[in-house]
Design a protein around this ligand. Structure first.
Ligand code: COA
Length: 258
């Protein structure tokens, strides 16, 4: 299937999504959000896909934000829908039990930074730039920035970035915990694929259930979360991959996960 605003490539056990409006710095318009929703649904239902990488087409941008030519038409009613739809698509992506990695290859501003934050982890090129410049447009972040940024970098840093609209480098983004790792620009995709393949080589149930439990930590109290973890731990103890992993360790050989 081909898309107007995305490139979707299914590799053996992972999928690559490129935001593909390079002449508009991959700005997130309504069409792109709809196509992203479609692709997320495909990934949800495809058991062969165990991880997802999202990056941007072209040399300059991951995504330079919501498309300002569409945003400009919002009023106090349609603005709510504008925000809710983006939040719905990003949340659906975030809720995948498959690993979702943002490979941030350039500008990740506004909605672009928010999309990266909805991914489970963020790898960045040394040329990447991050920021929530919505204040410059007289608006607030609308695709989760006020909620996910403080969770990642702390409340004070989130307020500093959001109320000033300043743009920070990949290195600074790593220092504050917004990105996991920074790679030389030309190595970003290869290094991201290498990491994804490492994860795919582990026991499937271990990876999926780890992500699931970690996601539940945002909803549950510590006591309930620990109870939930114990239940899932038990479930994973019942899998062939667990038997193989522990047996391989005791036999001093690499595990052969199915
Ligand atoms: N929405 C719509 N179009 C956008 C866009 C956005 N968020 N960001 C960039 N573009 C478009 C530009 O309008 C331009 O289109 P044009 O060639 O038809 O005029 C094209 O992408 C290239 O952008 P340009 O501004 O020429 O690139 P630059 O390298 O000089 O500047 C940025 C890069 C990211 C600093 C600048 O594009 C920018 O400030 N973008 C808006 C960022 C923003 O406020 N995002 C939050 C939105 S809520």
């Amino acid at each position: 299937m081909s898309y107007e605003t995305l490139i979707f490539e299914k590799k053996e056990a992972y999928a690559l999504i490129y935001l593909n409006r390079p002449d508009k710095l991959n700005a997130l318009n309504n069409k792109l959000l709809h196509e992203l929703e479609e692709v997320v649904k495909i990934i949800e239902n495809d058991k062969e896909i165990r991880a997802v990488i999202i990056s941007g087409s072209g040399e300059k941008a991951f995504a330079a934000g919501a498309d300002i030519s569409e945003l400009n038409a919002c009023d106090d009613t349609s603005g709510v829908q504008f925000s809710e739809y983006g939040n719905y698509v990003f949340r659906r992506l975030e809720q995948l039990n498959k690993l979702v990695v943002a490979a941030v290859n350039g500008f990740a501003l506004g909605g672009g930074c928010e999309l990266a934050m909805a991914c489970h982890i963020r790898f960045a090129s040394d040329k990447a730039k991050f920021g929530q410049p919505e204040v410059n447009l007289g608006i607030i972040p609308g695709y989760g920035g006020t909620q996910r940024l403080p969770a990642l970098v702390g409340r004070a840093k989130a307020i500093e970035l959001i109320v000033s609209g300043i743009i920070i480098s990949a290195d600074e983004a790593m220092q504050i915990g917004l990105v996991n790792r920074v790679f030389p620009h030309e190595e970003l995709i290869d290094k991201t694929i290498e990491f994804v393949n490492l994860v795919i080589s582990k026991g499937r149930e271990a990876v999926e259930n780890s992500i699931n439990c970690i996601k539940m930590s945002e909803k549950l109290s510590l006591s309930d979360g620990l109870r939930f973890e114990a239940q899932i731990f038990g479930k994973v103890c019942g899998t062939d991959n667990f038997k193989e992993g522990t047996k391989a360790y005791l036999e001093k050989r690499p595990a052969n996960f199915k």
